[in-house]
Write a new protein. Structure first.
Ligand SMILES: *Cc1c(COP(=O)(O)O)cnc(C)c1O
Length: 221
């Protein structure tokens, strides 16, 4: 058994049953991705359209593909046919573009709304107070379904310091669920990465996006 599948199996055995791992596969080969799938990981996250277009058709195994990177509107046409969920929706024009292209593909695209939970300038995602108004604005789009929230949180040395941002995002998730916006089904809360997934799970994450701890340090042969 290779180190990648060993890492993946270890994480899968440690996390609670209701949490799913999204293997963050940026800069990884199809062979490396196959190893995590063999270990039992069922969701793969990709950040880059060009990479995804090369690697996804190579993978025959049945898994769910999540787009987790920053989206340029002109790339949505490639993302929609390839992916099963888009985790990084943070503007009305982007939501409208996804809706239009999903309609063209006869598809309904599950999406998560990205939250800038630490309210950092220049960071992707909506400010927490804008999330519910945003969802009320886009819920009528017929070919997307809002299914939850995603957050990165700030880059901090001590992952324990991310806890308040994860907690606040969970509270926002509950608030949105309580607002019962038609067609919005709050099922997924995506937060936590290699250094912080344990804390994110304690704070209510249902999806954790893990790269380095599964695949090893990037650009290593
Ligand atoms: C790379 C990446 C991750 C995983 O990061 P690691 O620290 O390698 O686990 C999670 N989410 C997003 C959006 C990423 O780009």
């Amino acid at each position: 058994m290779g180190i990648i599948s060993e890492n993946a199996r270890k994480i899968l055995s440690e996390i609670p049953g209701h949490v799913r791992v999204v293997a963050a596969a940026k800069a990884r080969t199809a062979g490396e991705i196959r190893e995590v799938i063999e270990a039992g990981v069922t969701l793969i996250g990709e950040n880059y359209v060009q990479e995804a277009r090369a690697v996804i058709p190579e993978i025959r195994e049945r898994v769910g593909w999540h787009f987790i990177g920053h989206i340029q509107t002109n790339k949505v046409k490639y993302i929609v046919p390839l992916f099963d969920m888009i985790e990084t929706v943070d503007s009305v024009p982007l939501a409208q573009t996804i809706d239009r292209l999903a309609g063209r593909h006869g598809k309904i695209m599950p999406v998560l709304v990205e939250v800038n939970s630490a309210q950092e300038p220049q960071k992707a995602g909506l400010l927490p107070e804008d999330v519910l108004p945003f969802i009320r604005q886009i819920h009528t789009l017929e070919h997307i379904r809002v299914q939850g929230l995603m957050t990165m949180g700030p880059f901090l040395d001590d992952p324990e310091h991310l806890r308040p941002y994860f907690r606040a995002t969970r509270e926002l998730f509950v608030e949105v669920a309580g607002a019962t916006v038609p067609r919005v089904e709050m099922k997924h809360l995506s937060m936590g990465m290699s250094d912080s997934y344990r804390i994110a799970i304690e704070e209510g994450a249902s999806l954790v996006r893990i790269g380095t701890r599964i695949f090893g340090t990037r650009n290593q042969a």
